[in-house]
Design a protein around this ligand. Sequence first.
Ligand code: ATP
Ligand code: MG
Length: 301
Amino acid sequence: MTDSSNRKLAMRVDHVSKNFPVLSGSGNSTGDTFCVFQNVNFDVHEGEFISMVGHSGCGKSTLLNIMAGFDRPSSGGIIVDGKEVTEPGLDRMVVFQSFALMPWLTCFDNVRVAVRSAHPDWSSPEIDEHTQKYIDVMGLTGSEKKRPAMLSGGMRQRVGIARAFCVNPKVLLLDEPFAQIDALTRGVIQDELMTMWQKTNATVFMVTHDVDEAILLSDRIALMSNGPEAELAKIIDVNIPRPRTRQQMIESPEYTRVRNHILKFLISHQKNGTAPPEQNNSASTNSTSSAAGDSPQKVSV
Ligand SMILES: Nc1ncnc2c1ncn2[C@@H]1O[C@H](COP(=O)(O)OP(=O)(O)OP(=O)(O)O)[C@@H](O)[C@H]1O
Ligand SMILES: [Mg+2]
């Protein structure tokens, strides 16, 4: 499947809207619904790294869950390989902010279980060899036998990334994958993710609050307006040559252009934050602020 520019499509997000029930104070449905986002429409091309940025509560995780098949849209659909997504599948692997590893399995087995599911016809040594390759690329060599409780947050997320990449998914879905990781480790894992992405030619859709992270990693950045009834406001191209380093990035005029564009967008939407009917405002009034990190330019929303 190709789009009008003849590039191969990895995923089509086809006019997707999502409504949730409005709950009463006691948690029961009132019978009303509210629209989180509406008519979100874009293509993800094969081999592309696309990020989504928007204020808290605009529906980024909800959209990612719909792409993964964990949730269904209220209207519209997600198309992969010409078919509508109706359930989770190994063609769409997800890396969550919360790591989501199986605590009773070792680091090695958390990755191995995914390889085995994707290749049920492989022999045990073949599965082990493939697993070890991804363990090594993600810098986990020597920690194979440790269970998640014995790993640092950064190591846990490396396991999550290795597990997602090792099955060679059609699209990799990342929901704020580095949000719980300290700034220095985050930089290292971002580099590892870039290396893995370039080696595997994977297609990635990532949700992030970190503007610099989005610019460093992405070919395009999708900006969502605020919810309820959020919309895909615009998609910005990031024309910084690859392979990228942080140093090259911050010296690039394109970096300044893209960053200013995103920050202006986020600031202009900051004042209009609204919460869904049944909730208080705390989730929707995020500010754009400087955060401590490995780069003085780092900005999160
Ligand atoms: N299962 C659900 N039932 C009802 N409302 C929900 C459900 N899941 C999400 N919501 C609501 O939908 C809105 C969007 O939530 P979502 O988690 O997608 O936002 P987000 O953009 O990912 O925010 P953040 O940046 O804080 O992670 C929020 O108002 C949230 O409370
Ligand atoms: Mg979210």
